[in-house]
Unconditional design. Structure first.
Length: 485
């Protein structure tokens, strides 16, 4: 039998990747599946809107707190052990959420769900970079796009359909058997990839990562135009703890046992890709927040109708993933990433023209352009970024990527909501009617997102066309800068 850890090529996606993509799709879907359920939770569990929002905020917080530890974790356990732990924890959280008698229990269930989800994404990326040959990575990474980009986009659509006919509990009841079957199939098909290494975990690093990244995401999620000082202090404390975490990793680098190996940032291609992905994620999540607010609060559409309007963009993004991957394998990254980054900026600039009479087909077209452009950028950037790292740093690279995605999501959401609210509040004070003020606030928020997208274009131009050579990658593996602290 062939070694499952040996890079595969030849046009077929390895079974281990198919299993992990399917599992990752199911678990990531849950990050956004509760967005439409907020009104039901407020009524059924008798909580305020601010409290009900925690079913999504707590999920994101837990992801941000747990993902930094996954680089260390994935190097210490086998592929099967990591998969069993991730899916087992996710199933336990889903079951608890389905039967939750109170809001507090539901929140605990969501936190447990997120703990399992946090492991799946780095596990998928690390395994892919290990078992797939460099010449096939674009194609396979294109398939992965289905899980990492379509799942969050489809969450509100699926929940909208379910909530039309059933209770919010069915959002978990329906997921439970599907996740159970995927877990069983995975354990039947999955082979261990690579050999785990031994080493103790630094408890202080875990505490610093959890409180630092968790605090940063929490502070960003609490920003409001009339409440800036408190969240700013929390964000400041989070940044200080993250800085302490970084210095702790530099110190531990001397003994070879950091929780998160920071040598990944020495790879210029990886760092540029990290910035590009983070800013692009901000733009994507910002639009995911603003569009439903516009369509439901101003245009009066139902959650289901809103979900159906944004569904074409999510589907286009996922379905184009494999094609984008094949194009990347054939022509390299620049042909895709540069036009994709320009498309992101153009689409967001188009959203600054929203009005009460803008035809729905124009909104759908702009959203499709945005999602297709993101797909054109995401697949090559993932592949180029992780391809610039030696294999022993794959898990750390994917962990940092996942962590910054959560931070970027929180920052993007906080930024657009704060800008929109501040602008509309000021216009109402100046005598404008509420609808036009709200609309103007949204236009400004989309404008800020479009300005951020200019950073994506700059990073895209600076990225290389192909992955780093084996010699450059090995130079990084032996890099002394961070090892010596």
């Amino acid at each position: 039998m062939s070694d499952p850890s040996a890079p595969a090529s030849g046009g077929r996606t390895p079974t281990v990747i198919r299993v992990l993509v399917l599992a990752t799709f199911v678990v990531i879907l849950n990050e956004t599946i509760m967005i439409n359920a907020i009104p039901r939770l407020m009524k059924d569990l008798e909580v305020t809107e601010q409290a009900a929002q925690w079913v999504s905020t707590a999920f994101m917080l837990t992801m941000a707190a747990v993902i930094p530890t996954t680089g260390w974790f994935l190097q210490r356990v086998t592929t099967r052990q990591a998969y069993t732990a991730a899916m087992g924890v996710f199933l336990a959280g889903t079951a608890l959420s389905a039967i939750a008698p109170s809001f507090a229990v539901l929140l605990i269930g969501r936190i447990i769900q997120a703990g399992g989800t946090a492991v799946m994404m780095p596990l998928l990326m690390t395994t892919l970079m290990t078992v797939v040959h460099e010449h096939d990575r674009g194609r396979v990474m294109g398939n992965v796009t289905l899980a990492i980009s379509v799942a969050p986009a489809m969450g509100p659509v699926i929940s909208g359909l379910i909530l039309q006919i059933a209770s919010w509990r069915w959002l978990f009841v329906l997921v439970l058997p599907i996740a159970g079957i995927i877990t069983w199939l995975g354990l039947r098909q999955l082979k261990n990839v690579g050999e785990p290494t031994t080493g103790s975990i630094d408890v202080l690093s875990v505490a610093l990562a959890a409180t630092g990244f968790g605090g940063l995401v929490f502070g960003l999620s609490k920003f409001q135009p009339d409440n800036v000082a408190g969240p700013a202090l929390i964000v400041g404390a989070g940044v200080a703890l993250i800085a302490t975490f970084v210095f702790r990793q530099l110190h531990l680098q001397r003994t070879g046992t950091p929780l998160l190996d920071l040598r990944v940032v020495l790879a210029g291609t990886y760092t540029k890709g990290l910035v590009l992905m983070s800013v692009a994620f901000m733009a994507m999540l910002g639009s995911m927040i603003l569009l439903p607010l516009y369509l439901q609060n101003l245009r009066g559409l139902s959650p289901l109708a809103t979900g159906l309007l944004v569904m074409p963009g999510g589907l286009a993004m996922g379905l184009l993933g494999p094609t984008v991957g094949r194009l990347f394998d054939k022509f390299g990254g620049r042909l895709l990433v540069i036009p994709g980054s320009i498309g992101i900026a153009v689409a967001l600039a188009g959203f600054t023209q929203i009005s009460m009479t803008m035809p729905y087909w124009q909104l759908v077209a702009l959203h499709v352009v945005l999602m297709v452009s993101l797909a054109a950028a995401f697949t090559p950037v993932f592949t180029l970024s992780l391809g610039a790292l030696p294999h022993q740093l794959y898990s750390h690279g994917s962990s940092m990527l996942g962590t910054l995605q959560q931070v970027a999501a929180a920052f993007g959401t906080a930024l657009v909501v704060t800008v929109m609210s501040a602008r509309s509040t000021q216009l109402v004070k100046d005598g404008a009617n509420a609808v036009s003020a709200h609309l103007d606030g949204m236009r400004l928020a989309f404008g800020v997102s479009a300005a951020l997208a200019l950073v994506v274009i700059v990073c895209a131009v600076l990225l290389p066309n192909r992955a780093a050579s084996p010699e450059e990658v090995e130079d990084l593996a032996d890099a002394p800068e961070l090892v010596k602290g």
